[in-house]
Design a protein around this ligand. Structure first.
Ligand SMILES: Cc1cc2nc3c(=O)[nH]c(=O)nc-3n(C[C@H](O)[C@H](O)[C@H](O)COP(=O)(O)OP(=O)(O)OC[C@H]3O[C@@H](n4cnc5c(N)ncnc54)[C@H](O)[C@@H]3O)c2cc1C
Length: 419
């Protein structure tokens, strides 16, 4: 018997996702509902109302890392931000599909998801990062799962933060190990800010514990005196030390400097572009064909070098300039990349022109606690005559903060997150 069209589509897994397209309509599929993907979806919806916009994420909700370090130790009245994708998509006018994307067939312009295949005209990949546990000689998926459950540093997925908060609340003393990933990693000041709040919490709660920080990078200057002097009794800072191996049974990490035993740990291995970028063959190769670990996309248009119909934004993005390397892996930059890519797709599909944008980033990072003091980090870009991007970073002390960090977050969320 010849199968009907409906039976054929059902068998191919297409039916749950495919909707009849209007004659001239084009479909943009966005994979990843983090800062980058949500921003691309919202801006596209505004700039090109006739395009069909489909957001795919394996999770049911967005969770935010921003301002989470104070919340982890209940400093001030900070809140944990979580937003349901289905409600957000309904209010902003795009479709949400909860599914895992397992591959991209670029020749057919289709993504394969756990809920079926999904054709696209334009594809925006914003899948964030993965953690490279193999660099610490942990290859077995079960061992990785156990490490994540017991000692994750919660830098991969903000939905893991409540579990980290519970683990910290259960820490009653001993050696609390915190590892910082080698650069580039997401939100460069975040681990130092987190370390400072944890040290403050150990001190004010009189917990008989030491925070041991293992850092392969140079210590960020804004945190030098607070971590090394002000909290000298709480903090042991192990400088320029790379973790080589982790032994969960012995609760020990082997580093360049020494073996370090811990009672509790926040482990954060080296970071790379998320699996999907590897599965799609979109990783940048360096001399000799070695994988760089990050995506291969343009520095100004974020178009994949391999495929002009595919854009890669957010933390997964790789090298953008030989002068400074990567854009800082921040939510603010991911938001701007989403807006830039939305403009390009809207221009190509609507025939309109939009002024070209360069990203920028603002970061309010607490650099002292009791009294609370912030450092505002402004990062901006301009094109040099030869076309290369130049980066300028300006740091300003905010000794009397008046909620600038909260105002920044609220402005960001108005752009892409609030229904
Ligand atoms: C502790 C900490 C504090 C931070 N604080 C700040 C801050 O104050 N300000 C700031 O600007 N930035 C901050 N950041 C950085 C910011 O969170 C990241 O830069 C931002 O999340 C990057 O956005 P993204 O869209 O690239 O990726 P993500 O936000 O990680 O989103 C990726 C999404 O893709 C989905 N996904 C991945 N693969 C698939 C797949 N195959 N199928 C389906 N779905 C998939 C994931 O489920 C996820 O929802 C902080 C980071 C940390 C760790």
């Amino acid at each position: 018997m010849i199968p009907s069209r409906r039976q054929f589509l059902l068998a191919a897994g297409l039916l749950p996702l495919v909707r009849p397209l209007q004659a001239a309509s084009q479909r943009v599929v966005i994979v990843g509902g983090g800062w980058g993907g949500l921003s691309a979806a919202s801006h596209l919806r505004r700039l090109a109302p006739a395009i069909e916009v489909v957001l795919v994420d394996r999770q049911p909700a967005f969770s935010s890392f921003a301002l989470s370090n104070r919340w982890l130790v209940d400093h001030g009245a900070s809140q944990f931000v979580r937003q349901d994708y289905a409600a957000l998509a309904a209010s902003r006018g795009y479709r949400f599909v909860q599914a895992s994307v397992d591959g991209v067939e670029r020749a057919q312009r289709t993504v394969t998801t756990s809920a079926g295949r999904l054709p696209y005209d334009w594809l925006v990949l914003a899948p964030g990062i993965r953690e490279n546990w193999a660099a610490w000689k942990v290859d077995d998926p079960q061992a990785v799962a156990e490490l994540l459950q017991r000692h994750s540093g919660a830098m991969l997925n903000a939905a893991d933060l409540p579990a980290l908060k519970r683990r910290l609340a259960g820490f009653t003393g001993g050696d609390l190990l915190m590892t910082i990933p080698p650069a580039p990693y997401r939100c460069p000041p975040a681990p130092y800010e987190r370390a400072m709040f944890i040290a403050w919490w150990l001190k004010t709660k009189k917990i008989p514990g030491k925070l041991i920080i293992v850092d392969p990078n140079p210590l960020m200057p804004a945190f030098r005196s607070i971590l090394l002097d002000r909290f000298a009794e709480q903090v042991i800072y192990v400088d320029h030390a790379r973790v080589r191996e982790v032994d969960l049974a012995r609760k020990t990490v082997a580093t360049d400097v020494d073996d370090i035993r811990f009672d509790e740990a926040l482990l954060a291995p080296p970071q790379q572009a998320a699996d999907l970028i590897w599965q799609s063959g979109l990783i940048r190769r360096i001399d000799g064909g070695q994988a760089s670990g990050w995506a291969d996309q343009g520095g100004k248009d974020f178009r994949s070098v391999a495929d002009e119909r595919v854009f890669i934004i957010g933390d997964a993005a790789g090298l953008v300039s030989p002068l400074f390397g990567h854009f800082p892996k921040t939510g603010h930059i991911a938001n701007r990349m989403g807006a830039i890519v939305a403009r390009q797709i809207a221009a190509q599909t609507t025939g309109q022109t939009f002024p070209a944008l360069l990203p920028e980033s603002v970061c309010h990072v607490a650099s002292s606690v009791d009294p609370l003091e912030y450092t505002r980090i402004d990062t901006s870009y301009r094109r040099r005559g030869d076309g290369f991007l130049l980066q300028q970073v300006r740091q300003t002390r905010q000794p009397n903060p008046a909620g600038e960090d909260v105002a920044w977050a609220e402005a960001m969320y108005r752009d892409f997150l609030l229904p």
